[in-house]
Each structure stands twice: as C-alpha cells, then as structure tokens.
Design a protein around this ligand. Sequence first.
Ligand code: ATP
Ligand code: MG
Length: 569
Amino acid sequence: MKVELYKATDQHANMPDYKTAKDNFSWEEIEKEFSWYESGKVNMAYEAIDKHVDEGHGDKIALHYKLDDDIQSFTFKEMKENSNKAANLLKNAGVKKGDRVFIFMARSPELYFALLGALKIGAIVGPLFEAFMEKAVRDRMENSDASTIVTTPELLPRVPVDELPHLENVIVSGDDVDEKYISYKKEFEKASTEFDIEWLDKEDGLILHYTSGSTGQPKGVLHAQYAMVQQYISGKYVLDLKEDDVYWCTADPGWVTGTSYGIFAPWLNRATNVIVGGRFSPESWYGALEELKVTVWYSAPTAFRMLMGSSDNVVEKYDLSALRHVLSVGEPLNPEVVKWGMEVFNLRIHDTWWMTETGAHMIVNFPSMDIKGGSMGKPLPGVEATIIDDQGNELPPNRMGNLAMKSGWPAMMREIYKNKPKYDSYFIGDWYISGDSAYMDEDGYFWFQGRVDDVIMTAGERVGPFEIESKLVEHEAVQEAGVIGKPDPVRGEIVKAFIALRDGYEPTDELKEEIRVFVKNGLAAHAAPREIEFKDSLPKTRSGKIMRRVLKAWELDLPAGDLSSMDDD
Ligand code: ATP
Ligand code: MG
C-alpha cells in the first residue's frame, strides 16, 4: 500500500530531534529533575500540584473545567488546597496508606480533588468510568478489596454497597446524603486546607487500572509512584507540553489515558489542563477547542472518525487557530484519518501506542520526526522495542510477529492484582509481550497489524485486520469497520467485514460488491472481504474500541465472554 509521508515542520523546532534524544537518554538523568531524587521520598500529588506552589507558580491556572456553557477555573494553589481538604476528609474517614480508594464519578472538579486527596494519603486510587453498570463496579471492587468509594447520588445505585465485605466508607457528593453514608460536601466544607502529605517509597502503589476488556476479562493493573518519571518525560517530549500550553486530553480518568495523560503528565509538566464534562458532539468538542484556546489536544481514532463522519462544514464554523499539536491513542490510527487531520486542522495527528500495562507511551510519533501515515512511530527514548516470534527470537525488518519490549521501563505495571500467573504470562525471558501483532520497517518505524488473536490466516497468508479496516474506511460510504477471520474449510479462514455506514448510505448488495472491489483493487485480492455484513453500529468498549471478539462470537454463535465494559447505549 502506498505510504503517505508527512514531514516534520518547524512547529516543533525547539524539540530535540529523535536521534539526539535517544542517543543521550538515561532514565537516571530524568530522575534528577525530581525533588525526591536525593531524599528517595515521593508522592505523585506533591510533584503534580504542591511543588508548583512551592516553586512560585501558585497563581497559574491548573484546571479549566467546562460543562456546557459553564467554565470553572482553578489555580495550582486552589488545587493544592482543595486536594488537601479531600485528603483530610478521607483521613478522617479512616483511609490509610495502601488502601484501595475507588472513585466513581462523572468528570467534575470534585473527582480530581478526591483523586489527588487519596494520593496525598498514600492510598491506591481505583478510578471507575461513570458509564459502568453494577457488574463492572462489583467485579473491580471485589477483586481489589476496596475499602472506600467516592461517588455521586446518580451513580450510587450501581454500587452494591451491602455486598462488598471490605467496603468501609461510602462517600457521596451532592445534598441530602443518607446518614448511612459520608457526605462529601459537608465534610469537605469542614475540612482544613492544610495537610501533611504521606511520603512514600518510589515503588509504593499509585493507581489500579482495570484494562478496557477488549479481548477478555479486565485485568487489575497496578502501577507504582515511579511511573511518574516516564509520564513526565513523555509529556514533555511527545505531548510537547510547554509552560503556556492549554492541554486537553479527552479520555475519562476511568481509563489509563485519562490519568497518565489526563492528570499526571500535564501537571508534572505544569501545563494548564482542560476537562470537558458532558457528552460528545462535534459542536461541543470544536466549541471547547475554540473557547479555551486549546493548544495541545490528545484524543482517539474513534472520536476523530466521528468528527470525520459529521458534516464537512461543521468545523469551518470554529476558530481553531490556537491548536498546534494533535495526538491519538487507543486504537490504530487509519492513514485516512491522518489525511483528514491535515485537511481540517492543517496539522499532523501524532499516533502513540501503549497499553494500560505499560503505564505510559512506548511507541510514538515524536514531534520532530517525519510521520508515515498508518505507522505508530518509533520507541520512546529509553524504551527498547522489537518484533519477536513465539519462541522469543528477534525477527528481521518487515516480518510480522509479536510486538515486544525489553522489561524495566519506569511505568511498567508492577502486578496484575491478585493474579501472579497472569502477570508472569506476559513475559518470555526479558521480553514483555504486548499481545499485539506488528512489524518494523527498514527505517525502524513500527506498523500495527492487529491483536495477536485477531490476525487472520487465509489461504496460507497472515493478514492483519487493521490494514483492511483502514482501506475500508477510505471508502466514502464507510464510517467504521471491524474485520475478523471466519473459519472456512478450504482457506482456513476467510476475511469477513462488519461495516457501519455513514449517514445517507443504503445497505444494498451493490454497495457490498462495490466495497469488496474497492479493497481488492486498492489493497490485495486475498485481503478483500469475502463476506460483508452491515450493522447500525459496531460493538465497542466504553472507551471506544471496536470489540472484535464480540464480532467473532456473533459470527460463530459462541458466548461473547465478559461484557462488563461494553458500551450498550
Ligand atoms: P484488554 O487488555 O482488557 O483486552 P485493551 O487491550 O483494549 O483491553 P487497553 O490497555 O486500554 O485495553 O488498550 C491497549 C491496547 O489498545 C493495545 O494493546 C492495542 O491493541 C490498542 N492500542 C492502543 N493504542 C494503539 C495505537 N496507537 N495503535 C494501535 N493499537 C493501539
Ligand atoms: Mg490489552
């Protein structure tokens, strides 16, 4: 397939070039930038918030929170005081270092105060996405023996408060809280703005994130305080965060992107962080970019595809001239989306690849690097990545295999909660195996092919679903596509595509044939889907990822497995 090359521009001229950054890189040099380098005693909430106050930046805006037409803004000093209040509230309730504190709230300033407050105590935070239903909440809180939950009156009915033996504190925001529970509002008002931070070891726990559940049951991934070293430097190098940036990461803190890059990376770099509440619409998102003069924007392919699918001239109504840097994560970024980004923003969309388990960026399109449309880029300086076969042998360029990294980067998970065998299954020798299939080209760029389990074997050829899906979304009628291998007695598997059409297109047999020919001529005959099925929408996780295992289960009439994180709106 023809690769589009997007040259680096002078927009990022003051960024180190990739080779220089990589050649001179040492994690220890980065550690020296932290106040704990000498003392060894650390707390993420201090580094992200209080330190900036101590260093004379207390009046700088840390957070703009936008909900519909309303914007509330908080300085670093106000964030420090409010998180101290939340820390006192939690401490008074009996929360201690190491306890698991779950936060189950829609995005609001209170969510961020509570999360930072829990960190100040040395508790391990377990964020839950607001759209989770009871089963998802129960599974996660049971698995982690959570002692405390902070929630809202709207979400409280989804917390099985009487059935969780380890649960001691139920803290509820809003007015008129039942006496059985602790009132966030009342206790917060009473609480002191002073708090003595709990100093921790850099290997102490920070956050417990459950994975998205795209491939199976979500796993409890525990990260350590030390992750901050990588979150900080990737915020600086990859997000290119500077003193006067206004930065918006669209992910919810229920997912790892919403904490590593929605909380930690921006505040470790002292940027102004934007949080937008409410639901997605092209108008509300473009409106937020315009009104808050967002300069750096981090979002996901599913959101970009929805913006692409909205009528063309919506974007023209907004002044997005402040925007200077756009990034993507969560799913493969189709070349067609990068092309669209150039057309509407006149900016390159920088893909970044990483996982809940890796805690921070691993493979990235460094700002000063040329981008090959459809490639996830090159390893973050300090990260060693390669492609290996199932026995752990490194493969030469252009051979598809397991995307793997040398263990030991700072933000690597420390545990799969209460599941040592699962943790151990990630490794072959020193190599961490991602579960994704990819190849590296002769220039060292990595190309995602699909989840290892999703790779299709058809007539002796290994085909990655991503390339086919990317070709499919190039067709004008296709909004989204999910491709699976369907067992076939002759070919092993055949390529089957599930397609959601753009508004205005009719699901006809002629259109199926047209799309098939489009892939055949544009990609390869063996990659053209032998079967196409139109759907109103594709099954997705609540974080917006297409669930191919559900497509496969539909196809084969099998049980679809754990659906607690599936979006069923
Ligand atoms: P589960 O592990 O529970 O099945 P999940 O893998 O979707 O869920 P996450 O940790 O949120 O949970 O997602 C990481 C995965 O997302 C990666 O392994 C990869 O498959 C996909 N991914 C993330 N970023 C990219 C990217 N830039 N390009 C391609 N795939 C990506
Ligand atoms: Mg995963």
